[in-house]
Design a protein around this ligand. Structure first.
Ligand SMILES: CC(C)(COP(=O)(O)OP(=O)(O)OC[C@H]1O[C@@H](n2cnc3c(N)ncnc32)[C@H](O)[C@@H]1OP(=O)(O)O)[C@@H](O)C(=O)NCCC(=O)NCCS
Length: 165
């Protein structure tokens, strides 16, 4: 996985200037930077070992978007028997709406072994739902009180061959 994504470069504009970003597989050394973005993105931040679980998982497909050495956003997934499970994604707040998350998620979906992908998203997180819909995910079901036994999760799915995939 590292071999493929290390070379994948996309251009985007930050403050009107074209900037090259590189996608690569995340490593343990990136966890502090991941947690910095997570702190600005979620009410509860995972511990270092929780991030490490996915980053070092034998089926982990965990990508970071970098401008030189600066982490701009991250995407953690598990890829097991053709099924991509999107665990979490976040982008540095000041760099949102620049298609960084979209670039990360599309790169994961392009991985040749992926046949379908699922995710859970908090049903009130309209920004994330709009984001996943733009990439082509469709609403698939609801998990009641999935988050801390209180808030519902929307389950979303995309299959290879469908629009957006
Ligand atoms: C959700 C999140 C990852 C999106 O990251 P991003 O890099 O800003 O998203 P992108 O720029 O790639 O957006 C791609 C498309 O998604 C949709 N979208 C993204 N953010 C949106 C928002 N706030 N409102 C409406 N649509 C949105 C748009 O269609 C957008 O395309 P457009 O800008 O051309 O209209 C980011 O808002 C974030 O980090 N949120 C906090 C963490 C979180 O909620 N993660 C998801 C749950 S695990």
């Amino acid at each position: 996985m590292d071999q493929i994504f290390k070379r994948q470069i996309r251009s985007l504009h930050i403050a009107g200037q074209p900037v090259e970003i590189v996608l690569r597989q995340l490593a343990k050394a990136d966890i502090q930077d991941i947690r910095t973005i997570a702190k600005d993105s979620f009410p509860k931040v995972w511990s270092e070992s929780e991030f490490d679980f996915f980053i070092n998982h034998e089926h982990g497909l965990c990508l970071g978007a970098f401008r030189e050495s600066q982490l701009l956003g991250y995407l953690l997934c598990l890829l097991i028997q053709g099924e991509l499970d999107v665990i979490t994604v976040a982008v540095e707040p000041q760099l949102r709406r620049l298609h960084i998350a979209e670039t990360l998620l599309r790169a994961a979906l392009e991985f040749e072994m992926v046949e379908q992908a699922f995710l859970e998203v908090e049903s009130q997180n309209q920004a994330a739902i709009s984001f996943y819909e733009k990439v082509g995910f469709k609403k698939y079901g609801i998990r009641k009180k999935y988050y801390e036994g209180q808030r519902d999760a929307l389950v979303m799915k995309i299959e290879k061959g469908r629009p957006g995939f």
